[in-house]
Design a binder for this molecule. Structure first.
Ligand code: FES
Ligand code: MG
Length: 591
């Protein structure tokens, strides 16, 4: 082990537990760990101290499986010669946290940095699951840059209701429309929603959670096959053991995030998201992780991935759910196809110590209805269309989820394919939307685009998943299930709405949505990537001088600090000042 004369790096933890220069401090540190039964000999044996960042709790139900898995992680660490220490991360409950869980990604990031930096860890197992738990952990791992490995919690089992596959989140958006159309009652709504969550685990659709855990695997930060194993499967516990075992070796090999992550590993991740029909939230999260790792992902990088075909047949873009995805081969089978068709860089290093390509040998899909080939995909464009114009510099649209009806009515006018002009109906936040969406005087019809502003990182604050605005009940009853939408917030990764979202800059940061008015015409051209309000420049100036929409007051100290430090979605909505800190774990903090 390191510190016994070999030329391996001295373990960080020895500065705490075995520092001959300050024997009084060593004694003090050792004494404080005794009450859990750990012996001084263990801590001074030169065995690496491995943190297990526990993200599961009653407040993080999607990650609760880790409360059990942690025992197998400990076993793996122990059997490989490490000493495990479990500690909690800031909890993030995606759909219960008000005003939005997006406030917590940067908070969880910052607190995890403090824990990994300020305590005697030589390596860490990052337990992930629900949407933001994955990027926050990976962002922190880059800032600290000690050996780190991701253990996903895995999706829930597939949900079934009345013989129909019902997937997390997606069933909610679909049932809301059925409710508005009068086709189901409240009770059926609830039973469809709860049927979609039959076990422990995170969302079983290709929502943000499945997307981000797949991304962690594509980045090389978790063991091959880790992301897709359903939470209750026996393989999940075995993966937990293998992950615990591997991190001890990684410490010996000094295999840190900075040696694994590169610009091409983030481009690989973007290609994977596109092939999976993954969540639009991957955009800010991948950009954020890249920035903390020292790389810049540009809008062209996202635009380029539009050409990656959709090959994963999973809701919301496809038909199936997590169990079948896992059985078909999961993330390795998707990466296999991307590598075979030269869409990813196989030379990137993984936490296995081998390249991504080496980890993919023989991993082709076992189910071609679930994981298809790029030659015969579900759709030719799996990625996001990047848009720009006079309303915003950057926005994205996930076209893989757009319905045939929407395509026919908006995107397929002869000679005008992919181009449409629509009348804006502007809402200031979601309360305003709920109050007015069914107001007949707005005369909302198929020629409209529903716009929401004040929903970005500064405006909300935190950036809310609200852009998938549902049409008025009267339109739904006529069979019009979706209108185009636009907003400076996000939408759930499980949504199937034709939305232009994540627009930057947001209205609260001086973006063009601030001057947009109900009744303005917006022209969207998906071919050229333009989205413009047809408003004369003089009129825009006049409106700008008349002032901008009001911004809500911060309600807590963190909301205020978040607003002061956060950047725009295009740049990952990170705490801007924080990206300059990298590799802070290399220096042991002072006593
Ligand atoms: Fe937590 Fe989907 S809400 S994983
Ligand atoms: Mg979400």
């Amino acid at each position: 082990m390191a510190g016994r004369g070999e030329d391996r790096p001295r373990l960080r933890s020895r500065a705490w537990f075995d520092d001959p220069g300050r024997i009084d401090m060593t004694a003090l540190y050792l004494e404080r760990w005794m009450n859990q039964g750990i012996t001084p000999d263990e801590l001074r044996s030169g065995r690496p101290i491995i943190g297990i960042a526990q993200s599961g709790s009653d407040l993080s139900p999607c990650n609760r499986i880790h409360l059990d898995l942690v025992n197998r992680v400990r076993d793996g660490i122990r059997d490989s010669g490490g000493v495990p220490l479990v500690f909690p991360t800031h909890p993030i409950a995606e759909n219960c946290r008000r005003p939005t869980a997006a406030l917590d990604r940067n908070l969880a990031y910052m607190t995890l940095v403090e824990l990994l930096h300020g305590y005697p860890f030589d390596g860490v197992v990052l337990t992930t699951g629900c949407d933001k738990t994955t990027p926050s952990a990976i962002m922190a791992a880059s800032t600290v840059d000690i050996p780190a490995i991701v253990l996903s919690g895995g999706p829930m089992l597939d949900g079934w209701h009345d013989g129909e596959l019902v997937g997390s989140g997606t069933v909610i958006w679909r049932s809301r429309r059925l409710l508005a159309a009068g086709e189901i009652d409240d009770e059926t709504f609830i039973s469809r929603a709860t049927a979609s969550a039959p076990s422990a685990g995170h969302c079983n659709t290709m929502g943000t959670a499945s997307t981000m855990n797949a991304v962690a695997e594509a980045l090389g930060l978790s063991l091959p096959g880790c992301a897709a194993i359903p939470a209750p499967y026996r393989e999940r516990g075995q993966m937990a053991y293998a992950t615990g075992s591997r991190i001890v070796e990684m410490v010996a090999e000094d295999l840190r995030p900075s040696r694994i992550l590169s610009r091409s590993s983030f481009l690989n991740a973007i290609a994977l998201v596109s092939a999976c029909g993954g969540s639009t939230n991957a955009q800010p999260h991948i950009n954020a992780m890249a920035r903390h790792a020292g790389y810049k992902i540009k809008s062209e990088d996202w635009q380029k991935a539009w050409d990656v075909p959709l090959i994963v047949n999973m809701q919301p873009a496809g038909a199936y759910l997590g169990e079948r995805f896992h059985r078909a081969g999961g993330v390795p089978a998707v990466l296999f196809e991307l590598l075979r068709t030269n869409r990813i860089d196989g030379t990137a290093l993984a936490c296995t110590g081998k390249t991504i390509a080496e980890g993919l040998a023989g991993k082709e899909s076992r189910d071609r209805e679930m994981i298809l080939t790029p030659e015969e995909p579900l759709a030719t464009h799996g990625g996001f269309r990047v848009l720009t114009g006079n309303l915003f510099d950057f926005g994205i649209m996930k076209t893989s989820v757009i319905s045939d009806r929407f395509r026919k009515s908006y995107l397929s006018q002869p000679g005008q394919e992919g181009i449409f002009e629509v009348r804006a109906i502007v809402f200031d936040g979601s309360d305003d939307y709920h109050e007015r969406i069914n107001d007949p005087t707005l005369q909302i019809d198929e020629s409209c685009i529903l716009v929401i502003r004040g929903a970005g990182p500064i405006g909300w604050p935190g950036s809310a998943e609200v852009v998938n605005l549902q049409p008025p009940d009267a339109l739904i009853q006529k069979g019009i299930m979706s209108l185009p939408t636009l907003g400076d917030g996000r939408q759930s990764g499980t949504a199937d709405s034709p939305s232009i979202l994540n627009v930057s800059p947001e209205s609260a940061a001086g973006g063009g949505l601030a001057w947009l008015r109900t009744g303005d015409t917006i022209r969207v051209d998906l071919n050229s990537g333009r989205c413009d309000a047809l408003v004369a420049p003089e009129e825009i100036c006049r409106r700008l001088s008349a002032g901008s929409p009001e911004i809500r007051e911060s309600e807590t100290p963190w909301q205020e600090m978040f607003r002061q430090t956060v950047g725009q979605m295009e740049d990952g909505a990170v705490m801007e000042f924080a990206v300059k800190y990298r590799g802070v774990g290399a220096k042991v903090p002072r006593h």
